[in-house]
Design a protein around this ligand. Structure first.
Ligand SMILES: Cc1ncc(COP(=O)(O)O)c(C=O)c1O
Length: 501
């Protein structure tokens, strides 16, 4: 795919415009101008003083047909693959190189490794990688890069609040977009942009979205919706911050495997060549997508490593932010990742084998969860579970209207029109009393504005959801869903509690 550069510099935040590049890092870059440059410039500890002789990683072998199943079944005797990087020698990154200072983009070899990864799955034109400490870091950096006080950003009405909250102290105001089981509804996004009232302030210019296995709803955008949303982004000059930690955990549905199988060689499938939904990044011809990737869900959350893929323009500003704050991520993770993806490690093909096998494992867990749900909870007729096509979450919808104390109150100018929220708080308490913790919808809800959204559309009236996960153990699913069913029964029976003496 080719791209036409579009000037998107007007999207930069006041903070990003005011920031000067780190002058010392600029001099530091000049040290690379010639080989064997003598440096009396930087106070870099000499590599002979690093107290690390070598680092050896013993990781799961990916030579087996189903590496994750073999790894789990084998316990401490499961087949492993060993990679060693010593002080002066390594397949790719010796310790002495990995542990030096580098630019905010990360070590060159690591940048190359993740760029290859992105090319393999997304093949975007003219994009460049900036290493991060995971998607929490990546997304919040994007917010700081693009958001000034008074700006409006768009997001799904239920969204990953840990990060949405991070935008608020920068003066960014959220505008929620209505969703359904398929995630963000493009027509709702269009309605907001088309009918934006001038007196509300500047028009939104950033969309934050989680396209696969959305947190909390578990929804995944169809290819058609992705294309529509990207076209709307072009029409209304929106940037898209694509937070996609669950990309590799896209489950194989009957429809997707039939589609992949039915595409004749040489013709186009709506899925990417890897059988995964095309990311916004892969559709991006203008450089308006900042894609945020993480290794938390495919390796381990403690990796604290990820990367942003963006146009070179936004990359330069992300590097300036990083150069003057956290600096590049830790060498431990960068070295591990570079060697793992390199010729002596798993290589890209091995990584692909691992993530496919991991996806199968999570899909097995999802199916188990849904089977238990069908047995223990669904027959009550009080709650419905959506079937996630990716990720780790099941969004359950409580049939709150069946509760004896459910009220439709007509609503005032401020909304809400029902007592949905209050009843859900009570149900949450019943679950807690019975020893079960679930994630209530209000944790993820972006507030609606009665003035612009209308009191009849208050998010408070759509709080009848709980997020449950199948990422845990089978025992947790079995016993947790039993308690969930009992709690629902108890709550809907609405018997006054016996007073304890
Ligand atoms: C949508 C979403 N974004 C970001 C994160 C944070 O990811 P990381 O561990 O890479 O910081 C999570 C973690 O649960 C998530 O669900």
């Amino acid at each position: 795919m080719t791209s036409t550069p579009v000037d998107l510099s007007h999207h930069l935040s006041v903070e990003a415009r005011l920031r000067k590049p780190n002058a010392m890092k600029q001099i530091w870059r000049l040290a690379r101008r010639k080989p064997n440059m003598i440096s009396l410039a930087n106070g870099d500890p000499h590599s002979s003083l690093y107290p690390i002789q070598s680092m050896t990683f013993s990781v799961a072998s990916v030579a087996e047909k189903d590496p994750v199943a073999t790894w789990r079944a084998g316990g401490s005797s499961a087949p492993t693959h060993s990679i060693t990087s010593s002080r002066d020698e390594a397949p790719v990154l010796p310790v002495r190189t990995a542990f030096q200072y580098t630019t905010g983009a990360g070590l060159l070899d690591t940048q190359e490794a993740v760029t290859e990864l992105t090319r393999f799955y997304h093949n975007p034109p003219d994009h460049i990688a900036t290493l991060t400490l995971g998607n929490g870091d990546g997304v919040t950096k994007c917010f700081r890069l693009l958001g000034s006080p008074g700006d409006h950003f768009l997001a799904d009405e239920f969204t990953f609040s840990a990060l949405a909250n991070a935008a608020v102290p920068h003066g960014i105001k959220w505008v929620s977009v209505r969703i359904d089981e398929g995630g963000l509804i493009p027509e709702e996004l269009e309605k907001i942009m088309e009918n934006w009232p001038e007196e509300r302030g500047p028009k939104p210019h950033v969309l934050y979205t989680v396209p696969c296995g959305q947190n909390p709803t578990g929804s995944t955008l169809t290819v058609e919706r992705r294309k529509k949303i990207y076209e709307l982004a072009r029409r209304y000059d929106l940037l898209i911050v694509e937070d996609d930690p669950y990309y590799y955990l896209q489950y194989v549905s009957k429809a997707s495997s039939e589609e992949a199988a039915s595409v004749p060689t040489g013709s186009e499938s709506s899925l990417s060549p890897r059988g995964l939904a095309p990311s916004f990044l892969s559709l991006d011809v203008d450089g308006r997508v900042l894609r945020v990737d993480s290794f938390s869900k495919v390796f381990a959350p403690g990796m604290r490593l990820g990367f942003i893929t963006s146009s070179p323009f936004f990359h330069a500003h992300l590097v300036a932010l990083t150069d003057s704050s956290t600096q590049h991520p830790h060498a431990f993770g960068q070295l591990f990742l570079t060697e793992l993806l390199g010729p002596a490690g798993w290589t890209l093909a091995g990584f692909d084998a691992w993530v496919r096998s991991l996806r199968d494992e999570y899909q097995r867990r999802r199916d188990l969860f849904l089977n238990i749900f069908e047995r223990e909870v669904a027959p009550l007729g009080l709650v419905r579970a959506s079937v996630p096509e990716a990720g780790m979450f099941v969004w359950t919808q409580i049939n709150v209207e069946r509760h004896p104390r459910f009220r439709r109150e007509g609503g005032g100018a401020e909304g809400p029109c029902t007592n949905c929220r209050q009843l859900m708080e009570e149900l949450f308490e019943v679950c807690l009393d019975n020893g079960l913790v679930v994630m209530p919808a209000w944790v993820f809800a972006l507030p609606t504005d009665p003035k612009y959204d209308g009191p009849e559309n208050s998010i408070e009236d759509r709080m009848h959801y709980f997020r449950l996960t199948f990422a845990g153990t089978e025992e947790a699913m079995e016993s947790g869903l039993k308690v969930f069913g009992q709690s629902l029964k108890e709550f809907f029976a609405d018997k006054p509690k016996a007073v304890e003496n």
